[in-house]
Design a protein around this ligand. Structure first.
Ligand SMILES: [Zn+2]
Ligand SMILES: [Zn+2]
Length: 301
């Protein structure tokens, strides 16, 4: 990947496993933030700190819909975004990218912004039979002008010996279909399978894979399968993030839960676009191992 002074902190160790990590939800949809002074809004942004020995790095996964809410919540949660080593964009939808420019300006120094090339294309969905824009709400050139060092790739990206951005997620299970999204490619409006959808994978020492999703448009099971493949991990410790089951059929939710039970993660933490119905089924299946995350929540492994 492109490197700068701020990217040097990427290399933690040669051991290939992270000793510990902490994830803080800076913004999420749920209407009851952890504390009353925090604000929730449709979208997602997570601050992730990783530690190996005495070394550490922090990453921002997604930028929420608007910078003012992410920055305000971060300040109230005591999260210092100035030290962020890179900003990862899970995909190109506005609710994960809208806050990017404001956050970059707040950081105020050159910061890598890592994404899949399709994240930058014009994206749409249908709302009340009308085409609605749901892509990144600004030009790519504005990212560079705001000190973002754009770095685009379809391949899995090793951010440190123990941390990967997934790369384009292979669609291996038949029931995780992507429907209802469009993109403009070479001037034509086409069905969008959201190839830009990526997850963050961490190989946690003594525990296994931690998979962190933005919306998991590629499918939650596809994402976890890719995580095991990319990291070489055999055990799934935690699955965290938006699972995009909000519009899914009962059959798909049921199959997803069944497959997850087979994968047997120790912790399942849905938020954002997972949907109430799916969260209910996950709690039913995983009991205390499943906890919904909301704005302000922190998770330490
Ligand atoms: Zn999305
Ligand atoms: Zn989303």
């Amino acid at each position: 990947m492109a490197r700068s002074r701020s990217a040097n902190s990427f290399i933690l160790s040669n051991e290939g496993q992270v000793d510990g990590m902490r994830l803080t939800v800076l913004v999420d949809d749920s209407k009851n933030p952890l504390r009353p002074e925090l604000r929730a809004k449709h979208g997602l942004s997570m601050f992730i700190e990783l530690r190996t020995g005495k070394r550490g790095m922090s990453l921002l996964m997604d930028a929420g819909q608007s910078a003012d809410i992410v920055l305000r919540n971060a300040e109230r949660l005591g999260v210092d975004l100035a030290g962020v080593g890179a900003i990862l964009l899970s995909h190109g939808h506005y609710d994960h990218t809208g806050g990017l420019l404001g956050i970059l300006r707040h950081i105020g120094k050159t910061t890598p912004v890592i994404a899949h090339p399709n994240a930058l294309e014009q994206k749409f969905t249908f709302r009340r039979r009308r085409l609605k824009k749901i892509g990144i709400p600004f030009e790519a050139s504005e990212i560079e002008r705001s000190n973002g060092m754009l770095s685009l790739s379809r391949d899995p990206r090793r951010l440190s010996p123990e941390t990967w951005l997934s790369g384009e997620i292979e669609r291996v299970v038949p029931f995780e279909e992507v429907k209802g999204f469009k993109a403009r490619r070479q001037g034509k409006l086409v069905d969008d399978q959201i190839p830009d959808d990526q997850a963050l994978f961490v190989n946690l020492k003594g525990k296994g894979l931690v998979a962190i999703t933005g919306c998991a448009h590629a499918g939650l099971i596809n994402t976890v399968v890719q995580g095991l493949k990319v990291t070489g991990s055999e055990v799934v410790h935690a699955i965290i993030g938006g699972f995009h089951l909000i519009d899914a059929s009962v059959a798909r939710i049921r199959t997803t839960v069944r497959e997850l039970q087979r994968i047997d993660p120790r912790v399942v933490m849905p938020c954002h676009c997972t949907g109430r119905k799916a969260i209910g089924k996950l709690v039913e299946a995983f009991g205390e191992k499943c906890r919904q995350l909301r704005t302000g929540d922190g998770v330490t492994f």
